[in-house]
Write a protein that binds this ligand. Structure first.
Ligand code: MG
Ligand code: MG
Length: 392
């Protein structure tokens, strides 16, 4: 069968500030997913949360950008969760639902979407189908650039690139220019041939993001899909960081989970954190972790699924970051985060002016910049003092 995996994410309200959705919201959302399965809209589905974002993982045969899936299931679930958030006075109720009645599908309406489609028959080069779902909070889609680059293009992190003949040709990266707001602007580059070009783009997490990665040996086999769209480009004003989701198929012709996981031990600095305006290291956490740490360390979760022949999820998933090995990483990341926080507002600790999500600094500058005056150095005469005297 032609199977599509859809991961849809929205922040529609949370308890005690932007921490996590309420249990009542999650029960409602999972109830709608269960209903959609019973009605035959989807083959299987799971709802979970990472930080303040609700994520739906759905398998189905309706293809990408399906109105049934996007509007009939996901938007319905997000609206019901919004209603509960409003009734119970939660923070940011309905925040990511920017368009009241989106036409066709949910893309561009606020929620993040990652989807990929493949022939699912548990035969040929995919005798087993396993995949990971990543969800990150308090950061943008560029947060996936370094970890996915290392897992799919760097033999220092992915030994499969040399050990597995079917991976030796490498992978094809589709990269989006997120500064282009009027249309999707994409470049396709091959690793390892175009490695340095890929690096030149992925260096800039705020502007460029990996959108998809495909096998070069089997060009119909897509490994990765990232929700690489920017909310502030859609809404035209601050609505929070994009908090991206990603689907990553693994094993066989793709990197193994351990190769995909290793780069997350770096705890690399990404744009996000408090008020979406800082550089903070990203911390790998189990799903269901609220954002309650000092200054909103960006969080990432990763859960793994197996697909049965009928497209169902084997009844359960495994939480990759819920393992003692990651306790050490978390402590290291927290240490890095606090070290950066010691310099407060200064320099690299905060995002550059063009990337700031709040307008406060712009307003301060609007007031201050006209008040600068040219110094005319004359002995015993202060032009500025003169000017200040005449305005006081
Ligand atoms: Mg939020
Ligand atoms: Mg969020």
């Amino acid at each position: 069968m032609r199977l599509t995996l859809s991961c849809l994410k929205a922040d529609v309200g949370s308890v005690g500030g932007h921490t996590r959705p309420s249990r009542a919201m999650m029960d409602k959302v999972q109830g709608i997913v269960d209903w959609a399965k019973k009605q035959g809209y989807i083959l299987d589905g799971r709802a979970f949360y990472t930080g303040d974002d609700i994520n739906l993982v759905l398998s189905h045969t309706r293809g990408q950008n399906s109105g049934d899936i996007h509007l009939g299931v996901a938007l319905q679930a997000f609206k019901e969760a919004t209603r509960i958030a409003q009734e119970t006075g939660l923070y940011g109720a309905g925040q990511d639902l920017l368009v009241d009645a989106p036409a066709g599908n949910i893309r561009g309406a606020g929620p993040a979407v990652a989807e990929l489609t493949f022939e699912h028959n548990l035969a040929g080069n995919r005798p087993a189908e396993s995949f990971l779902v990543f969800a990150a909070d308090k950061c943008g889609p560029g947060a996936y650039n370094l970890p996915f680059y290392l897992a799919f293009a760097d033999p220092m992190y992915c030994s499969g690139l040399t050990l597995v003949p079917k991976m030796k040709q490498g992978f094809r990266f589709s990269i989006i220019d997120m500064d282009e707001a009027s249309h999707d602007s994409i470049i396709v580059l091959d690793a390892p041939d175009d490695l340095h070009d890929i690096v030149a783009l992925l260096r800039d997490n705020e502007r460029f993001a990996i959108e998809s990665i495909t096998s070069r040996t089997y060009q119909d086999q897509q490994a990765v899909s990232v929700s690489a769209q920017r909310l502030h480009n859609i809404a035209g004003a601050y609505t929070g960081k994009d908090d991206p989701v990603a689907i990553v198929r693994n094993q066989g012709i793709f990197p193994a989970p351990e190769e995909i996981m290793l780069p997350w031990s770096i705890g690399h600095f990404v744009g996000g954190g408090a008020r979406g305006s800082h550089q903070m290291p990203i911390m790998p956490v189990p799903v269901g972790t609220p954002v309650t740490g000092p200054y909103c360390l960006p969080l990432v979760s990763a859960i793994g699924f197996s697909l049965a022949q009928d497209g169902t999820f084997a009844g359960e998933y495994v939480d990759f970051f819920d393992n003692p090995a990651w306790d050490y990483v978390r402590l290291e990341v927290q240490r890095k985060g606090l070290e950066m926080r010691r310099q407060g507002f200064s320099g690299a600790a905060m995002l550059p002016f063009s990337e700031l999500e709040y307008t406060g600094l712009q307003e301060i500058f609007k007031d201050l910049l006209p008040r600068f005056g040219e110094r005319r150095d004359r002995p015993g005469h202060s032009h500025l003092a003169e000017a200040n005297k005449s305005t006081s």
